[in-house]
Design a protein around this ligand. Structure first.
Ligand code: PXP
Length: 238
């Protein structure tokens, strides 16, 4: 299982003051130097953290894999085509949300998403759908032409009791297995931290996990190299 680091929060901190620091592009380089196997950023329509300049420089400098999270809007699809990330992860986007709150409603938005997939595929860009661990959404993702899904692990991460957490974990496991039988690649992300990652790493269908907030928060205290290395150690079970 590969660790992909979401660097949005470096840009969030930069935007708190405007200016140049901290630079998410520098953060991406440090993450890669210390073992991250992918860099994730979310170009939001309101550019609240990552901006067009960041994406351009990330495309030029990321040496592992660049995963662009984005909404399936015409403007952002065109930017993806101009930038050519290694992977696009389509996510729902609401302006007032603090972070992505749920998976895509693939049942409702199937046609729009399928159109986005066709456009991105025509430009040789792989496409993942961020979905809740629900079979019908996974089937609809396969029908819409997605190459992969990213399973939303937020409810698992936010569970308020161990029992509830284990129930969500079972859903994630069975969603990963089901997606695999449909020929979809499987990633996962949202709310994964240094404590709960041990439940996710044994799920063998999951190829990549995307981690942002917990890793950036830890980096503030121990430094970014140590935060990346520690997460990598945990993912390898020691
Ligand atoms: N995956 C997706 C689709 C996301 O939107 C986010 C948050 O930006 C993450 C993963 C990472 O979540 P977290 O910051 O909680 O680790």
């Amino acid at each position: 299982m590969r660790l992909c680091v979401n660097i949005d929060h470096f840009a969030t901190l930069r935007e708190a003051r405007g200016g140049l620091e901290p630079d998410p592009v520098t953060a991406a380089q440090i993450c890669e130097l210390h073992g991250a196997e992918g860099i994730v950023c979310h170009l939001r329509e309101d550019r609240r953290h990552i901006n067009d300049r960041d994406l351009r420089l990330l495309r030029e400098t990321v040496k592992t894999k660049l995963d662009l999270e984005m909404a399936a809007t015409d403007e952002i699809i065109q930017i993806a085509i101009d930038t050519l990330p290694d992977l696009v992860t389509l996510v729902p986007e609401k302006r007032k949300e603090l972070t992505t709150e749920s998976g895509l409603d693939v049942l409702k938005e199937g046609e729009k998403l399928a159109h986005a997939v066709r456009t991105l595929h025509a430009n040789d860009i792989e496409v993942s759908f961020f979905v809740d661990p629900i079979d019908q959404h996974i089937e609809a993702a396969a029908e819409a032409g997605a190459d992969l899904i990213e399973i939303h692990t937020g409810e698992f991460a936010n569970a308020r009791s161990e029992e509830e957490m284990l129930e969500h974990l079972e859903r994630i496991k069975s969603a990963a297995a089901y997606a695999h039988t449909l020929g979809l690649g499987v990633n996962a992300g949202h709310g994964i931290n240094y404590t709960n990652v041990k439940y996710i790493t044994p799920i063998r269908e999951i190829e990549e996990i995307s981690i942002g907030h917990s890793l950036v928060a830890r980096a503030m205290f121990v430094g970014l190299p140590a935060a990346v290395e520690e997460m990598n150690r945990l993912m390898r079970g020691f």
